[in-house]
Design a binder for this molecule. Structure first.
Ligand code: FES
Ligand code: FES
Length: 212
């Protein structure tokens, strides 16, 4: 509110002059920016060695998922979610919103929980990726999976792989989170069945998750 009522420090004429100079400078800058934008096409950038242009057809990529290397070919526009589900049959990641707002597609990339629907598969090359399929060892559930079972932290279960993955990432970073930390770090996931209280209990009671 204070800034709205603040008067200019300069007299009106000086302020007008400053404004006109600023506007000219601004228009010049915009002009330069427009020219630059018009000239630096992907082909030009590639010729200058500034960027490497790939596609538009399929390109070979390799992904390291749950410690295993996968070689595949995808269009550069294919998301990590689509590559995992449709090309590699790793269907623990779920597609719900497909626009980075629900968390059903959460995976761990380089130790951080990310929405796989909002990352290109080619971007994920060279980075360790972990999905819910890689958490259990043999018949033993991961401590977070066990905690979700013990606390009955699911109803339809569609959001559960995303919540489990986000919780693993949370506990690997903060092995003893406060409820506020857990709530804050899991707030990128949505449960339409409303199991939030149980999910929080599971996150607070999962034991034995090692710090990443
Ligand atoms: S499907 Fe990726 S955030 Fe919803
Ligand atoms: S348990 Fe159904 S959406 Fe979360």
């Amino acid at each position: 509110m204070a800034s709205r009522s603040r008067r200019p420090a300069h007299p009106p004429e000086a302020a007008a002059e400053n404004l006109s100079v600023s506007r000219r400078a601004f228009l010049k800058t915009v002009g330069i920016g427009s020219v630059a934008t018009a000239v630096v096409t992907p082909a030009v950038a590639q010729a200058q060695g500034a960027v490497k242009v790939v596609g538009p057809g399929e390109v070979p990529i390799s992904l390291t998922i749950n410690g295993k290397r996968y070689d595949l070919k995808v269009d550069p526009r294919v998301t990590l979610l689509d590559a995992l589900r449709n090309r590699l049959d790793l269907t623990g990641v779920k597609r719900v919103c497909d626009r980075g707002s629900c968390g059903a597609c959460t995976v761990i990339v380089e130790g951080r929980a990310v929405y796989s629907c909002s990352m290109l598969a080619i971007e994920a090359q060279g980075k360790p990726i972990r999905t819910v399929e890689g958490f259990s060892t043999g018949a033993a559930l991961h401590p977070v999976q066990q905690a979700f079972c013990d606390r009955d932290a699911l109803m339809c279960g569609f959001c559960t792989p995303g919540f489990v993955t986000a919780t693993v990432a949370l506990l690997e970073q903060h092995p003893s989170p406060t409820p506020e930390q857990a709530r804050a770090l899991l707030d990128g996931n949505i449960c339409r069945c409303g199991t939030y209280v149980r999910v929080l209990e599971a996150a607070m009671n999962a034991k034995g998750v090692r710090r990443a």
